[in-house]
Ligand binder design. Structure first.
Ligand code: ZN
Length: 155
């Protein structure tokens, strides 16, 4: 039986962070070109997926990650995951650097959060799901992803 489910990552925190990104770039820092940001982000999300897929013991899944523009995501979301539990394939979409308004490192940190968040959804993929449970799941997924990243970053 073919089944697929989509889970989107909504974030209120990113909206707050956008406000802080208005300071001009300081003279001593190297400002990355858009092309450099895109290439570095693509490399980072691929590496990040590998690290977390391994940590979360999801090695029997074939998971891809792609950077997508705002128009390819649901409004006010930063990423999503689509999976097929029978074929054990999944695709994680992460907002492209071209549409991120955060400083570079903050953007990479946020992208890593999206990947961990979507992988937690994947861990829960076999649980029964209803419209009512989705909101509760979203909260639980955020809490778990936050805790995992705090551990990984020794915070
Ligand atoms: Zn979610």
């Amino acid at each position: 039986m073919f089944s697929t489910f989509s889970a989107a990552r909504f974030s209120g925190a990113a909206v707050l962070l956008l406000v802080t990104f208005s300071a001009p770039t300081l003279g001593w820092s190297h400002e990355l070109s858009q092309q450099e940001r895109d290439a570095a982000a693509a490399k980072f999300v691929a590496q990040s997926l590998q690290t977390w897929q391994d940590r979360m013991n999801l090695k029997n899944w074939n998971i891809q990650v792609q950077l997508v523009r705002t128009g390819q995501l649901e409004p006010k979301t930063l990423g999503n995951i689509h999976w097929d539990t029978d074929r054990k394939t999944a695709t994680i979409s992460v907002l492209s650097p071209e549409d991120y308004k955060l400083p570079f490192q903050a953007m990479l940190d946020d992208m890593e959060f999206t990947i961990v968040h979507e992988l937690v959804h994947l861990e829960l993929a076999s649980l029964p799901r209803s419209d009512a449970s989705r909101r509760v799941e979203e909260h639980a997924v955020n809490e778990i992803a936050t805790a995992l990243l705090k551990l990984a970053r020794h915070q």
